[in-house]
Structures are given as structure tokens and as C-alpha cells.
Design a protein around this ligand. Sequence first.
Ligand SMILES: Cc1cc2nc3c(=O)[nH]c(=O)nc-3n(C[C@H](O)[C@H](O)[C@H](O)COP(=O)(O)OP(=O)(O)OC[C@H]3O[C@@H](n4cnc5c(N)ncnc54)[C@H](O)[C@@H]3O)c2cc1C
Ligand SMILES: *[C@@H]1O[C@H](CO)[C@@H](O)[C@H](O)[C@H]1NC(C)=O
Ligand SMILES: *[C@@H]1O[C@H](CO)[C@@H](O)[C@H](O)[C@H]1NC(C)=O
Ligand SMILES: *[C@@H]1O[C@H](CO)[C@@H](O)[C@H](O)[C@H]1NC(C)=O
Length: 496
Amino acid sequence: MRSLSLSVSLLLLLPLSQALQWPLSLQKLFASPLKVAVVGAGASGSSTAFFLARAAKRLGKDVQIDVYEKEAYVGGRSTVVYPFGDTTLAPIELGASIFVDANKHMVRALSEWNLSTVPFDDAEYVGIWDGDEFAVIMHSDKPTWWDTAKLVYRYGLLAPVRTQRLVKALISNLNALYTSPLPPFPTVDALSAALGFTPYTASDAKTYLASKGIRGLFPEELMDGATRVNYAQSIDEIHALGALVSMAANGANSVQGGNWQVFDHMLKDSGAKVRLNTTVAEVNPKGDSWQVLTSSGTKASYDHVVLAAPLHLSPYTLPSNLSSSVPQAPYVHLHVTLLVTSTPGAKPEFFNLPPETALPDMILTTSKKGREAVKAFNSLSYHGATAGGWVCKIFSMQPLSDAWLDAAFGSSNILWTYRKEWDAYPYLLPTPAEPSPYAPMQLGKGLWYTSGWEPWVSTMETQSLAGRNVAELIVEGAWGGEERSCAEGKMRGWDC
Ligand SMILES: Cc1cc2nc3c(=O)[nH]c(=O)nc-3n(C[C@H](O)[C@H](O)[C@H](O)COP(=O)(O)OP(=O)(O)OC[C@H]3O[C@@H](n4cnc5c(N)ncnc54)[C@H](O)[C@@H]3O)c2cc1C
Ligand SMILES: *[C@@H]1O[C@H](CO)[C@@H](O)[C@H](O)[C@H]1NC(C)=O
Ligand SMILES: *[C@@H]1O[C@H](CO)[C@@H](O)[C@H](O)[C@H]1NC(C)=O
Ligand SMILES: *[C@@H]1O[C@H](CO)[C@@H](O)[C@H](O)[C@H]1NC(C)=O
């Protein structure tokens, strides 16, 4: 009683502003911060940390974020290598290479952190290989009237125009993710339904496009080339959402120096503690919190754990009653072969052409003659000059032997070779309504999962959005969420 009246009279002696500040700062001193672990420093994990930290700052809350990353680098499937291992040369994207204008997080990151871009439109000359011959060759940068006439003759006008309309509608619907005050989504099904995309994932692209009057060589050859380079799946396998995303190529760019820098900046901005070379082995419930156990045996407890790496492909385990809610999503096992060659193209003879022919610098493939016919590779593209030669990137479903490379390029023309295998992205398969093929965003109270978005569509941008979505769900649960109205020109998650 005595001490209480003493402190009350002390308070009265203080100027009013200070008297009011005292309890606030004391509260801050004693309130423990929200402790969050993120497993994986790729697009989705970095974005979770970034958007969570920005929201906490706006709300005046304390959050302590630890990001665990098994590799020695940030970026996950966004990473680069250097020709000849020489870091003075321009790096080459080994995984995710391009984003487009519609990818607003990637575009905002450029201005936020003053990053420059390299336009991807450097392929001037595109050919579509069917296993025997080039079905079509076109100059994509400056089409001549002859190129245009050839393409119109081949594909007609209706199919391209109708496809372009679908892509435009898709992009305008996706815009809602940045502008609408919708609450965060608890599931991918809710996300897809809110955007009106459920019909796009319900059937394979070929069937869906035919139902919209888009038939013939345009989908079966040209769009097939696009889905095979983007997702290593043919037009009759991939769902229509995957195919339309593959056709949305306006303003295709890479970040100069590597796309991974976007995620590195996000992590730095978030103030998260990033533990590289640290593999999470297990995540287990412990009372009201979650315990993260690393492969070296360290343990720490968190209020929330965000799993930002595909469960079935990553070296962490969960109690079986939690992992059972994550459906197995089959991933494309992709082989990426990088070369520096002394010639600006492959050997024309390898493509049944006379020796002096100039080959397209981007060779796509079409499976219209059967997938066996184009089994060897999915795409072969040149990406400009480097010291002593030209950079070439090949995607294939099996390893390319030295003998194959020698035959395609001439053994004396290969100056450097680099091979990488990725579990690149899921098979974007037509999805039944029941049972849902998508993992929930929340696996348990305080346990979150970002990789469930990938079978819907797998890009840096959508995984960044998955990270934002989880961050918003955490903010809702922990602090009641944020008022969701952003002024004109402000961007959800970034500014408001
Ligand atoms: C060859 C290729 C080309 C692609 N092209 C494009 C493209 O042009 N444009 C585009 O937008 N997308 C592209 N993608 C897809 C894109 O890369 C992915 O959709 C996206 O990067 C996935 O981000 P993520 O954060 O969800 O997963 P990831 O990037 O895989 O991040 C997961 C992270 O978790 C770490 N990790 C895993 N397990 C553990 C553990 N137990 N403990 C600690 N850390 C762990 C991993 O090391 C990794 O860093 C491409 C992918 C590939 C492979
Ligand atoms: C991670 O490990 C690599 C080699 O295994 C080492 O070169 C690097 O310094 C380590 N990085 C950190 C941050 O521990
Ligand atoms: C942005 O980067 C460019 C070069 O990439 C540099 O010239 C410029 O000074 C930078 N601006 C800021 C504000 O950092
Ligand atoms: C999983 O099982 C544990 C006991 O082994 C239980 O405490 C927990 O509530 C279960 N979680 C879910 C989401 O069913």
C-alpha cells in the first residue's frame, strides 16, 4: 500500500508526458518478443521474415526471427555460378532466372534496394525443334513482315489473340493479391478460388485451351515450347495455370548480379539472424511452443516455426500426425548444363542443317511428334558473351553426356562445363477438387508451411507471396492483424 502510494505520488511529480511514457517503456522492457524460426532462406523464407518484420515495426511489436539455412548461401533455388569459377565475370543464373513486370514484389525490390536488371529478351532468334527439324524459326526482337506473315500463316490470328486475352485476364486477377484488402488465405484452394483460377488448375492446358477455342499448332507447338522450357512439361500434361503463366513474358528480366540479392536484401532488412550451414533436423511440439533441433544437436524454442522448404525433399522431419497433412507433391528432377563455348551456337549438322546455317540462339522443343522425339533436351539457349566465348544453358530430363555435348557443339568448342541437378518445381498437374493436392498453410498452432503453393504454380514471386501470406497469418494470430487499407501508390506488406 505504502509503496503504491509512493509511486503514485512520484508519478505525479513527473511531467505528464514522462509519466505516460514510463509504463509504456517498462511494458516494452518486460514483454518478451515473439520468437519465430524460419527453415529455409529461399524466396519464401526470406519473404516471410521480411514481411513479418515490417508488420511488427508498423505495429510497434517486438519480433525475433532466426532463419536456418542448410546451404552456405541465401536464395535457395535462386542462385548463380560464375563461368570458369571466375567471380570477376558476370554470373549465370543456375536456377530461377527470370521475373516479369507483373511480379510486383520482384519489381519493387529493384527500386527498394537500387538493383539493376538484365533484360532477358536477348534471344533474337527463336526456333522450335521437333526432334527432326525446326518446326518454326522466328526473329523475336525485330520480326520482319515475312516472319510475321509466316507466323500468321502457321498459327492464325485467333489462337494467339485469344491466348493473349487469357494471359491479360490472369495478370489482372493476380493484381488483387497486391491491391485488395482480402485477408490472408488459410489454404491454396481459398487463394485459387478468390482469384477465380480454379478452372485453370482443373484441367490440362491443351484441353482447357481447346474449350476456349484455342487449338492446333499454336498451343501444340509454340505454347508447348514455352511450357517445356519453363516447367519441363508438355502442353497436354501441365495444368492451364502453368501454361498461361509460361506465356506471361512481358518485361522479362533478371537482377544484375543474381536474383538471390532480392532475398538477401529482404533478410537484411528484416533484422533476422541468418544461420547459414545450419540444417534443421526436426521440429517438435514442446508445450505451447515448438522446438527446432539442428543436425549438429542445438535446440531452441519458438512461438512460431515457418517451414519454407518442401517437406518431402528436405532433410527435416515433423511428428507424423503433422507431416501427414502435407500431400506428396512430385517434383521435376531437372538437369541444368551450363557451357561456355567458343562458337555462338551449336553445330547446325546436329540439327540436320547444312554447316553454314545460323542456328537460333534460343532453341525450344515441341513434343507434337511425341515426347520420345524430343527426349534429349527441353531447351538450349545462348545468354550472351563472356570472357573467351558464349554462355549456353541447356535443360534436360537426364544428364547430358560429354559425348552428347561434343556431338552438339564440337569437342574443341567447349571451354567450360557445369552440371547441376535440381528438384526444380512440382509437376503442375491438373488438380481434382477433392482431395485437395495442396498442403495447408498452417500445419498446427504456430507451425506454418509455404511450399504448398508450389504445385499451384512455382515462381520466385508466388513463393514470395506465400511468405507474405504466412507472415500475415502470424500477425493476425499474434497481434490481431493490421488494418488492411493501403493508400494509393503504397504496397501491401511493404508500406502498409
Ligand atoms: C532450373 C530452375 C529454373 C527456374 N526458373 C524460374 C524462373 O525463371 N522464374 C521463377 O520465378 N522461378 C523459377 N524457378 C522456380 C523458383 O526457383 C522456385 O519457385 C522458388 O525459388 C522457390 O522458393 P522457395 O523459397 O519456396 O524454395 P527454395 O528456393 O528451394 O528455398 C528453400 C531453402 O530451404 C533450405 N533448406 C531445405 N531444407 C532445410 C533444412 N532442413 N534446414 C535448413 N534449410 C533447409 C534450402 O537449402 C533452400 O535454400 C526455377 C527453378 C529452377 C530449379
Ligand atoms: C559454410 O561452410 C562453408 C564450407 O563448408 C564455409 O566455406 C563457409 O565459411 C561456411 N559459412 C558460414 C557462415 O559458416
Ligand atoms: C544506384 O545504383 C547505381 C549503379 O548501379 C549508382 O550509380 C547509384 O548511385 C545508386 N543510387 C543509390 C541511391 O544508391
Ligand atoms: C499430434 O500428436 C500429438 C501427440 O503425439 C498431440 O499432442 C497433438 O495435438 C497432435 N497434433 C495434431 C495437429 O493432431
